[in-house]
Design a binder for this molecule. Structure first.
Ligand code: ASP
Ligand code: MG
Length: 403
């Protein structure tokens, strides 16, 4: 008998009708004689409403009470799902994280699950019951409720799959899988059948918001395969798995692009040890994330130019920090808000030479200028003018046969 973990996101349980639909999905797994564990998010919009209420009470709302408040949304959706399953003649019950318990570590709002006590759950499953478990939360060593970061129900599902030793973990959401690039931006985007954890992490952090990145990290660490599927339409989804377990003949798996990047260039900075550290220290102290960095070789050995990218929302702050930084001198400071990063991602590039050349050649064929380049083992990113993003994604999508 297989054990499956099914997770339903906020839009999947967003209305009474949706909850009834979800219960037919759950029943279909039960009818196939699986042991079924369900994790649910709050109904969509509920958690945001709770956040807003806390702000109206206090602009420095107590951390522990904040988590207690935010975790209430899942209690309601789980009871509604369980209630419907019971109505339909199934054995089901809601299970709050503290009743299991799901034990977490770390600060409120971003705790991490480190243990799930599965003894009672296992007995219940053995007796044919369907546990409906609150996602996104747990308790800490002081028995206080904690939450594990927004969209955290994904991580709850993965940790349950790990501790209960599930055969499958299926994430039901409002999209039917992971795409080669954003299908709303590019109509030839295709659904990816199989993607590796590392690729998914790159895709997620680069803007494809299908799954919460920490949950993909958890899945990778614990070697849990994930199926991403839609609860709205019945179609095959995307499998997220380990590259050691599966084979793929695709060199490039996906292409992502960012919005809201900004480029900063500091011309004529002194070329001596410690200067870059002096520039970046105040940015790091102010939690400004620096992404791509390039420094020119200085021709005269005295001065150099430094270019880097940040999120546009940090631009004002960064400008101020550089202006008031007494430790550096430079000739000119310039900014460009209209830039975007386009990346090609794929574990296949580790073993295939010539990918960088093919990428640059394709961009050149469309007269797209590359401003900054950065690479990792499985990713090549270029910074281009924002007006060229669509063209760049299209030409790369074709070049790497993803259309
Ligand atoms: N309800 C929580 C949120 O909106 C957790 C989740 O949706 O996974 O962030
Ligand atoms: Mg959600």
């Amino acid at each position: 008998m297989k054990t499956v973990v099914l997770k339903f996101g906020g839009t999947s349980v967003g209305s009474i009708d949706r909850i009834k639909k979800v219960c037919t999905i759950i029943a279909s797994y039960k009818k196939k004689r699986n042991r079924v564990v369900v994790i649910s998010s709050a109904m969509s919009g509920v958690t945001n409403e709770l956040v807003n209420k806390s702000k109206l009470i206090s602009n420095s709302f107590n951390d522990a009470e904040y988590d207690t408040l935010l975790s209430t949304g899942e209690q309601a959706s789980c009871a509604l799902i369980a209630g419907r399953l019971i109505h339909n003649g199934y054995k089901a019950r809601s299970w709050m994280s503290w009743q299991i318990p799901i034990i977490t570590d770390g600060p409120y709002s971003c705790a991490r699950i480190n243990k799930v006590v599965v003894k009672n759950l296992k007995n219940y499953l053995k007796n044919g019951g369907i546990p409906i478990i609150t996602g996104f939360q747990g308790i800490n060593s002081e028995y206080r409720l904690t939450t594990i970061g927004r969209s955290g129900s994904d991580a709850t599902a993965i940790m349950l799959a790990k501790f209960i030793k599930a055969d499958e973990c299926i994430i039901y959401t409002d999209v039917d899988g992971v795409y080669t690039t954003d299908p709303r931006q590019y109509k030839n985007a295709r659904k990816i059948k199989k993607i590796f954890y590392d690729e998914m992490l790159e895709m997620a952090s680069l803007g494809s918001k299908v799954m919460q990145p920490t949950s993909v990290q958890d899945a990778k660490l614990n070697n849990i395969d994930i199926q991403v599927k839609s609860s709205f339409v019945s179609k095959p989804g995307t499998l997220i798995t380990d590259s050691k377990k599966a084979f793929s003949d695709q060199i490039i798996t996906g292409i992502s692009s960012t919005k809201n990047d900004a480029k900063i260039t500091i011309e004529g900075v002194k070329d001596r040890p410690g200067v870059a550290a002096c520039i970046f220290k105040p940015l790091s102290n102010n939690l400004i994330n620096v992404d791509m960095v390039v420094q020119n070789i200085s021709l005269n050995g005295k001065e150099t130019d430094l270019t880097f990218t940040i999120k546009s929302e940090d631009l004002k702050k960064t400008e101020k920090l550089i202006n008031k930084n007494k430790k550096i001198s430079y000739k000119k400071l310039s900014f460009d808000k209209n830039v975007s990063k386009v990346s090609i991602i794929g574990v296949g590039m580790i073993t295939t030479p010539g990918i960088t050349y093919r990428m640059f050649k394709a961009l050149a064929s469309k007269k797209i200028n590359i401003q900054v380049i950065s690479t990792s083992e499985i990713k090549i990113s270029v910074l281009v003018s924002a007006k060229n993003v669509k063209k760049a994604v299209a030409v790369l999508h074709k070049e790497f046969k993803l259309d």
